[in-house]
Design a protein around this ligand. Structure first.
Ligand code: PLP
Length: 407
């Protein structure tokens, strides 16, 4: 098991008080996780010792940062069990990764009459790029529903799959309900129907062990800032055969082999998809996040979040006027979204913030899901390695106080 109280000491930002002396309780890691000192040190060490542009220079600093850049790619490939490190593409984040697939694979392979299968659990990042693709090509979007308890409706999924389905874009874990989807089964079913699968792993890779080879994943997207790392960098994992066949999305430096007045030839993988100067320092620091997560252990992280989510469910239910959204904690990640009778999520969040408890309110970039749930907004508490049962107690106390205040 993981000792969250001890781990919390590794996170300087969590040691402070806010609003003039209220201890901070950070329950918004699904938006962005905080960084341990080791990651902060790595970022600073990189900038003070090895920083230079990568794949361009002819000097020691550039050679060193280029070598570390490629080592980072290898570390990430090993972390998600990719067969080849050039199947790991650095992007700006999950959003950048999904847009790359939609623009590159999508524009090359989708046409009018084709279908794109999405689920009602998706974040806007895994909706809009497909809506834009549909606008460009005339393809139709189909929506897989959820069950009443917020799980993916596999029967509906199967009924929507057909020979017209060319791409399935599905989250591995909902950022609102926390629901884990059966990603392996979805991938199998989609492959049987001849479709390619894009898995949004933004809320999965930081919280559980993900093996892209076992999943037989075609494309997977995730972001460093949700896994204890810096913002500005994310990953597109793609199967070599798919990436090889895809045209580059962004044009610019690094992604070319030869350029002439008449045109250009593209570089091989992975450079083909990495036009322009990348997020050098964040990429070089990425392995320090992986080291930290590995040391804690992905199994331990998943179990710890499950225990916190279960405890939060129990305590919220005991308050009485709370409607918890989504499935039983056994089927979900460390995300608990809820509404409180007669109290708007924004008012609730404001009242909690005054007590030092940081949670999120709103549609969480998942408007179709909220519409499906019959609400416009919810409050969301999300947990990570540094959260303790005491944090949950403080959340519950703060909600009880807010309810009293507004009643
Ligand atoms: N997908 C999911 C499930 C998310 O939770 C998020 C961020 O909250 C994203 C995609 C977008 O990630 P990013 O903003 O890092 O591109």
């Amino acid at each position: 098991m993981l000792d969250a109280a001890t781990l919390k000491n590794d996170f300087p930002i969590l040691q402070q008080t806010v609003h003039d002396d209220v201890p901070l309780v950070y329950l918004d890691s699904a938006a962005s996780a905080q960084k341990p000192q080791s990651v902060i040190d790595a970022l600073s060490r990189i900038d003070s010792t090895v920083y230079a542009n990568v794949h361009r220079g002819a000097h020691w600093l550039s050679d060193t940062s280029t070598a570390l850049y490629e080592e980072s790619r290898e570390a990430i490939a090993a972390f998600i069990k990719a067969q080849k490190s050039h199947e790991v593409i650095f992007t700006t984040g999950t959003t950048g990764a999904i847009n790359t697939v939609a623009r590159s694979w999508g524009d090359a392979n989708i046409s009018a009459g084709d279908e794109i299968l999405l689920t009602r659990l998706e974040h806007h990042s895994n909706i809009i790029p497909w809506q834009q693709l549909s606008e460009r090509t005339g393809a139709t979007i189909r929506w897989c529903d959820i069950t009443e308890d917020g799980q993916l409706d596999l029967d509906d999924f199967e009924s929507l799959l057909s020979e017209r389905t060319k791409i399935v874009a599905c989250t591995m874990a909902s950022n609102v309900l926390g629901t884990y989807t059966p990603a392996k089964r979805i991938t199998q079913l989609a492959h049987d129907a001849g479709a390619v699968v894009v898995l949004d792993a933004a809320q999965a890779v930081p919280h559980k062990s993900v093996d892209v080879t076992d999943l037989d994943a075609d494309f997977i997207a995730f972001s460093a800032h949700k896994m204890l790392g810096p913002s500005g960098v994310g990953i597109l994992y793609g199967k070599e055969t798919l990436l090889e066949a895809m045209p580059p999305f962004l044009g610019g430096g690094s992604m070319i082999d030869v350029v002439s007045e008449e045109g250009f030839t593209t570089a091989s993988l992975p450079a083909k998809f990495e036009a322009g100067t990348p997020a050098i320092t964040p990429v070089l620091a990425f392995p320090s996040c992986i080291d930290y997560l590995r040391q804690v252990g992905m199994e331990n992280i998943q179990q710890h979040e499950h225990a916190l989510a279960s405890y939060a469910h129990e305590q919220l239910e005991a308050l009485g006027t709370i409607n918890i959204l989504g499935p039983h904690p056994d089927a979900k990640a460390g995300v608990v979204s809820f509404t409180v009778d007669n109290l708007h999520p924004h008012d609730l969040t404001h009242a909690l913030d005054n007590q030092g408890v940081a949670i999120r309110a709103g549609h969480h970039c998942a408007m179709p899901l909220h519409r499906r749930l019959g609400i416009s907004a919810s409050a969301r508490a999300s947990f990570y390695v540094y959260n303790t049962r005491e944090d949950v107690d403080k959340l519950i106390q703060a909600i009880a106080k807010a309810i009293e205040l507004f009643s």
